[in-house]
Structure formats: structure tokens, C-alpha cells
Ligand binder design. Structure first.
Ligand code: F3S
Length: 397
């Protein structure tokens, strides 16, 4: 684009190698990205989240690359979910070879000062505030940070997020600029659908439908009043079926009111109940998986309440970050008393453990989008209550 980035003296010195080869290489990555996307400068970030953490995706070459890095991160940084629960991997039928390699990847990241928390919900770990710049990479976390919190992050690739974590800055382009955060299409959710959307699963279904319509455009959604959990489900699904990194919900999300919206400015698409609910196919399943994105404390509470005094008849897996699990030991005990399993560090999509099932029931629009390809299984979506019911009763539609 021919834009020259303005670098401060310290950045110039890093580029000249005065702070070591790793920092020099990391800043070169950021400057190259900035030039491609027309950034004029780097902005300081508050935290980073690095993808490319599962050995399934990193592989030997990636592991060697991370091992050669010789620097520490400058801001709080977490990893995306990896391929297994780091404590209970045997229980997940993970092979010792995979577990050893996965631990080598994690150890290589730990040497850089990255927190050994592997989660797609860094917002349950870091207090993230409106207007802060971040370098996060997992698509649902990016959608949540931008839309629900009003923080600013592009969807970083693994090397870009790691470079930003080490330098503590990211190029200022895309969603870091307020001018790039305006709604680009209006989605009007019609009466008739809103009453059905009581459960997060149906916000996931709505997001799955909207994502297909909008692609990578920024939608302004009207006609719904989701809470935070429902916004999480909505954004995760839109990021999966489309490539939505920021959305606004009229009267709900923090920036919806900043952009003075006049309906005539934007293409408007009406969304009706039948289109969204067409996602529902009541096929028999042989496992149920909850926690995509990773469960909040409230979601663990709901699941524990539904499982109280019951036994599971088919595998029921629940995924959450380790800090949420550690903070809710009583709920986890109640859940596990039913025979269900609560796993940290990993998820139903990135772990090879889910590949042994032929059909999986989920309560997430994002998981609905990914399970067929990533787990090579058929998928069914239902509310959390329906998922628990299927897991604890007969495996029938
Ligand atoms: Fe998180 Fe895995 Fe879903 S990374 S958003 S639980 S696919």
C-alpha cells in the first residue's frame, strides 16, 4: 500500500538487533503486517492470546520454530486450547506419544513466559476493558472482545499474536481503528423468533445463520436482547459460519449506540424463525459435548443443576478453562458424580479424543459448524437442557 510506518526510537533499535535476534524477528513480522494492511504505527496492547498450541496443528516444524525463540512476552499472554486435558489426558484416550509432544509444545511456549492456561475465553481470566488494544487469535474470543467488551483486536494469526505478545504492541489497522468498526449490514430478527431464543443454543443457531449471510461484514443486529452468555454463543457461531470479528446488537452492545445508525444507510436482511430453526435435526447421537466456547461459572452451574441426582448413559463432556474449573470445584464434583467429565485446556473440536464418535450432540452454533469436519462426526444441536436429557436418558430423538 506504500504506507511508511512511523517507528519510535526504541522500535528502531529493536529492528537494528540491539534487543536480540528474536525481538528483531518479531518486530519484523509486525512491521511487515503493518505495511501490508496500511498501519501507520504500532499501538501498545494489554494482553495476547496465541493460537497454534495444539500439537495436532503445530507439528514438528512449528515446535522447532517456537523452541528457537529467545525472548519473553511483554504482556499477559495465554494459549488457545490444546489437544488434551494436561492432567486427565489418559482418561481422554490420548496416546502417550501425542501427550509427550503436546507437553513439549506447551513447555516451549512456557519458556517464553506464556501463562499455561489454554482457553478460548481469556476474558474470564483478564479484566479486559472497553477501548483496550489486544492481540487475540481465537475467533470466538476476538468476536467477544470486540463486540461485547468493546476492546479492539484483529483476528491474529499464530505468529502475529506471538510477535505482538513479545513486543507488547501490534500494528494499528483494521479493528484497532474506530473508523473500521462501523456496521456494514443490518440484520433484523423478526417477531416470532425472539420468544424461541430463550436458550444460548438458539442464539448459536441464529449466529450460524447470520454468519452465512454476512461473511466477514460487521452486522448490526436488531430485534433481540441477548445477555452476555447468549452474546458469547451468537458471536462464536457467526465467527465460525462466517468470519465475523465484530458485531453490534442494537441497544445491547457498547458500540451500537456510538455509530449513529440510520436504517436507510445499510442493506437490511430480515431473519425469520423457520430459517434459524432449520438447523434442528433430531438424529441419534453417541456422545454429548458442552462448552464451546469454554463454559463460564454460570454455565457450569446450570449444567450441575440439570445433572443433580442423575447418571449419564452416554459420554457427556464439558469443557472450560482451568481457572473456571478450579474456582467451581463444588459444581464440578456435582457434574462428575453423574459420570460426566469436565475437561480443561482442550475442547471438543481441537482434541483428537472426539474423533471416535459417530454423532455428537452440542449446544453451540460454533461446534455445530466445526464438528462435521474437525471430528468427522454427524452433529445435532439442542438446548443445554435437551443435551443433558439426551445424555441421561435414552439415546433417541
Ligand atoms: Fe473454543 Fe474449541 Fe469452541 S477453541 S470456541 S471450544 S471450537
Amino acid at each position: 500500500m506504500g504506507v511508511t510506518m512511523h517507528l519510535v526510537p526504541e522500535e528502531e533499535q529493536i529492528l537494528e538487533g540491539e534487543y536480540g535476534e528474536t525481538r528483531q524477528k518479531m518486530l519484523e513480522i509486525l512491521v511487515a503486517l503493518g505495511k501490508v494492511f496500511g498501519a501507520e504505527r504500532l499501538v501498545p496492547i494489554q494482553s495476547a492470546q496465541v493460537s497454534g498450541a495444539s500439537y495436532k496443528t503445530v507439528g514438528e516444524a512449528g515446535l522447532e520454530w517456537i523452541r528457537r525463540l529467545d525472548a519473553r512476552v511483554s504482556v499477559p499472554t495465554v494459549l488457545n486450547p490444546v489437544g488434551m486435558d494436561r492432567v486427565s489426558w489418559r482418561d481422554m484416550d490420548i496416546s502417550p506419544e501425542f501427550a509427550r509432544k503436546q507437553e513439549e509444545v506447551i513447555a516451549a511456549y512456557a519458556r517464553l513466559g506464556i501463562r499455561l492456561e489454554c482457553t478460548c475465553t481469556p476474558y474470564y481470566i483478564y479484566q479486559t476493558r472497553f477501548g483496550e488494544h489486544l492481540a487475540w487469535s481465537e475467533s470466538s474470543a476476538v468476536a467477544y472482545a470486540n463486540s461485547v467488551i468493546g476492546a479492539r483486536t484483529n483476528r491474529e494469526g499464530g505468529p502475529g499474536a506471538l510477535a505482538a505478545a513479545i513486543i507488547g504492541k501490534t500494528p494499528e489497522y483494521g479493528l484497532h481503528l474506530v473508523t473500521e468498526r462501523r456496521p456494514e449490514i443490518h440484520i433484523s430478527v423478526k417477531v416470532g423468533l425472539t420468544e424461541k431464543l430463550a436458550d444460548s443454543a438458539w442464539f448459536g443457531a441464529l449466529g450460524y445463520h447470520i454468519g452465512k449471510i454476512v461473511g466477514n461484514r460487521i452486522p448490526l443486529i436488531s430485534g433481540v436482547r441477548p445477555n452476555r452468555g447468549q452474546l458469547k454463543a451468537l458471536g462464536a457461531a457467526m465467527a465460525a459460519s462466517g468470519a465475523v470479528a465484530l458485531f453490534h446488537v442494537a441497544g445491547i452492545t457498547p458500540e451500537a449506540r456510538i455509530f449513529s445508525y440510520n436504517g436507510a444507510d445499510l442493506e437490511t436482511i430480515d431473519v425469520f424463525a423457520e430459517e434459524v430453526m432449520a438447523i434442528r435435526h433430531e438424529i441419534p447421537v453417541d456422545a454429548v459435548a458442552l462448552g464451546c466456547p469454554h463454559c463460564s461459572s454460570e454455565e457450569l452451574g446450570v449444567i450441575a443443576g440439570l445433572l443433580l441426582g442423575k447418571r449419564v448413559k452416554i459420554p457427556l463432556y464439558i469443557f472450560a478453562s482451568r481457572n473456571v474449573i478450579e474456582g467451581n470445584r463444588d459444581l464440578v464434583t456435582t457434574i462428575e458424580r453423574s459420570g460426566a467429565k469436565v475437561y480443561a485446556d482442550t475442547c471438543m473440536v481441537v482434541s483428537p479424543a472426539m474423533e471416535r464418535f459417530g454423532a455428537i450432540m452440542v449446544n453451540s452454533g460454533k461446534a455445530f459448524a466445526y464438528v462435521p469436519t474437525m471430528c468427522r462426526a454427524s452433529v445435532r444441536i439442542g438446548t443445554t437442557e435437551e443435551c443433558v436429557q439426551v445424555a441421561t436418558t435414552l439415546n433417541r430423538p
